[in-house]
Write a new protein. Structure first.
Length: 344
């Protein structure tokens, strides 16, 4: 007779004429079970299509192996690469990653975090939504769920964070454009206006320009969403206005820079007229026209390190890992290499 309903451990036991306890031990490779019995049980379980009930295992052993990964938008290339790195960093402990998008919406983030607490996840890796406060994360602390923040700090929060220093990133781009290419006027293009990364990078950018007597081109230092389309539209407006061109631009991220490059191509402006260095160095950066010079923050390493730091918190160990240092990928958009002629 065909089996009705899910195949359980008792189903396997009944088929073999064994006790449920024996089947349980055999499926867990317990040493006290004879090899012949273990193989027979596992073969019958496979034949019947038995799938372990992980919730039951968790209740019995009090072990949790689900990690919540909460990000604003997984379609962002940097977030996607960091997520891959996170999962790689958790593989050693057989952790399962549960992904949720918040779309930078605090209400959505509260809902997601509440659900993760109710699911009793082992830990949370969080790229906080804009406007997140320490109070927003108290539910996780009260539930004794370890949390590691990625990239965005939360004001007045003492939670561990894995990120690359914004001052270091901007310094690499600035030195290349000013010292190596002799740029005397610069803009810092894009980034969400009230977001921590843009605020911190603009502070570093302004400080460096003042120290080296480099002119800040205010119109070309406007905020912009992380959208190639929005960046292209803003660059189009500036190129079509009476605003003078800066010698060079530092662009907040590669997605924004792709929109800027498209606008420059449409206005037949070459890298020798306006040099561009971006931040992130995602895979697309190497195939744009011209190819995009970008400060690499090594997002997979960023994610992997965050995963390792969370594992250390789960096991009560001291984390002693270090991030790979940011570095500049020199390509055509800054004038390094031979860029193709822009097509109008």
């Amino acid at each position: 007779m065909d089996q009705e309903g899910p195949v359980t451990m008792q189903t396997v036991a009944d088929a073999l004429g064994l006790s449920r306890a024996t089947v349980s031990l055999a499926l867990r490779d317990a040493s006290k079970i004879a090899e012949e019995t273990r193989l027979r049980v596992q073969a019958e379980a496979a034949r019947l299509g038995y799938i372990p009930n992980r919730n039951a295992v968790r209740l019995r052993t009090q072990q949790r192996n689900v990690i919540g990964l909460v990000v604003p938008d997984i379609t962002n290339p940097v977030v996607a690469e960091a997520a891959i790195g996170m999962q790689m960093g958790l593989e050693d402990r057989s952790m399962i990653v549960l992904l949720s998008n918040t779309f930078d919406d605090l209400t959505m983030q509260r809902h997601v975090l509440r659900q993760l607490v109710e699911e009793q996840v082992a830990g949370v890796l969080l790229l906080p939504a804009l406007g997140t406060t320490a109070v927003e994360l108290e539910r996780l602390r009260a539930a004794r769920i370890p949390v590691v923040l990625l990239n965005r700090a939360v004001p007045e929060s003492d939670l561990p964070i894995v990120h690359v220093l914004d001052a270091e990133i901007v310094g690499i781009a600035f030195e290349h454009l000013v010292v190596e290419h002799g740029a005397q006027s610069l803009g810092y293009f894009g980034g969400i206006g009230d977001a921590g990364p843009r605020i911190q990078r603009m502070e570093s950018f302004s400080r460096l320009c003042a120290a080296e007597d480099v002119r800040v081109m205010e119109a070309w230092s406007a905020p912009s969403p992380s959208s190639a389309i929005a960046a292209r539209e803003l660059a189009h407006r500036l190129l079509g206005s009476a605003e003078p061109l800066p010698d060079a631009l530092i662009v907040h991220n590669d997605i924004i820079a792709i929109g800027v490059l498209r606008a420059l191509n449409e206005f037949s402006i070459s890298p020798s007229e306006l040099r561009v260095v971006s931040i992130d160095d995602v895979e697309l950066a190497s195939i744009t026209t011209p190819s995009l010079s970008s400060v690499s923050i090594h997002p997979r390493d960023l994610g992997r390190t965050a995963g390792h730091r969370l594992l250390a918190a789960l096991s009560g160990e001291v984390f002693d890992g270090a991030l790979e240092a940011p570095s500049l990928a020199r390509r055509e958009s800054c004038g390094c290499g031979s860029a193709p002629v822009a097509v109008g």
